[in-house]
Design a protein around this ligand. Sequence first.
Ligand code: NDP
Ligand code: OAA
Length: 440
Amino acid sequence: MAMAELGLKASYSKTHHRHLSLLSARCFPTKQRCAFGGLNNAHYYPTISSSLAPNQVQAQSVQSQEEVNSKHDDCFGVFCLTYDFKAEEETSSGKKLIKVAVSGAAGMISNHLLFKLASGEVFGPNQPIALKLLGSEKSFQALEGVAMELEDSLFPLLREVSIGIDPYEVFQDVEWALLIGARPRGPGMERADLLDINGKIFAEQGKALNAVASRNVKVIVVGNPCNTNALICLKNAPNIPGKNFHALTRLDENRAKCQLALKAGVFYDKVSNMTIWGNHSTTQVPDFLNARIDGLPVKDVIKDHRWLEEEFTEKVQKRGGVLIEKWGRSSAASTAVSIVDAIRSLTTPTPQGHWFSSAVYTNGNPYGIAEDIVFSMPCRSKGNGDYELVKDVVIDDYLRQRIIKTEDELLAEKRCVAHLIGEGSAICDLPGDTMLPGEM
Ligand SMILES: NC(=O)C1=CN([C@@H]2O[C@H](COP(=O)(O)OP(=O)(O)OC[C@H]3O[C@@H](n4cnc5c(N)ncnc54)[C@H](OP(=O)(O)O)[C@@H]3O)[C@@H](O)[C@H]2O)C=CC1
Ligand SMILES: O=C([O-])CC(=O)C(=O)O
């Protein structure tokens, strides 16, 4: 996309020293640094300024590498070159820069997701974006590499990349927080240990969001066990509406649609209204009762009901594990795609009669599911970032029985993290077969 199409306002400024010191305060303390992506290269500057009408051009800053290096000892390489845009003037569409935080930014899922976010595929082709990447001391160099690759991609919409290890800095004013970073379960590690280790990460990140993020930040928790991590996160962020927190079950929805399409011999865009109920674990319930193929109930199209009840359900529940066996690592690309789907489902109106799955906070749900947990359910959105639950779904005995099993599992996980959600001491009595989709 050409700069002129975006109506970028760019130019030199006498005030750039003041502006830079503001940046220093925000981006350079401890291990946080800033990169301005895509358009920040000095050699782009003449093109930018000459392509704009004089009244569009305002003074800002471009600096030589030497100039910046002499001012900031902790700045290095491409991150020292700055090309600053006034946030409120960034595109002719008048869209304000959207600030998106991504944790686990040096991990595999992020390696796919960040480039989709930066390209405009997620928030739209006229939406400038700032990416705020959260990593750890250990991954800091890798984060620098990620930021450099983002720069080298020259994405016109990517205006700012910052990297850091302190969530209180990285989450400042963010409107979306995509929480991917979490410790994987290692050999011999009990699920209770995983809940505790990862739970502590999400408790801290919840507190940080509560302190510094936009009051209407939308949070999508991906790091496993994602439902309970999301519960911990929201409980530690009392000033942010519980409704703003999601745990990702969109990958499970997509996997289920794919299996139904395969069995019915149709392309997968014919499969709709696919609810995943419950936990992102092997107790999840892919709901073929309410799903549709080409607008018809699935059971009218797929007559092999035994397959639906037994094979289909298990295939979806264990898809992650089968993939790990083949690939030697867990789904990364398709998870990134499903995060994009999840965001787009919240930012574009859901077509009439359709819905999507997301694990959300149960607080007055119409299905009789226990309150105060994060449970995957059917949702619709007007496209404003918010959602409502779908009321007209049927729950038969088969479905109810399975919903109760996944609900029991989530209630047990909740008891196991009581110490992290302000509910006293933890009592960990997890059902023996509790497993992530990636565990077999
Ligand atoms: N909900 C879903 O549908 C799915 C969820 N997942 C989950 O997503 C998460 C990320 O997967 P993926 O990107 O493939 O994993 P990676 O291992 O590639 O990256 C995860 C990142 O998590 C961070 N991390 C690891 N250990 C710790 C720790 N002890 N404390 C804090 N952060 C840690 C690391 O970042 P750093 O060192 O920078 O902190 C690492 O870069 C996993 O929990 C996985 O189980 C995966 C697929 C589907
Ligand atoms: O268990 C894992 O880490 C992978 C996972 O969630 C999935 O593939 O659905």
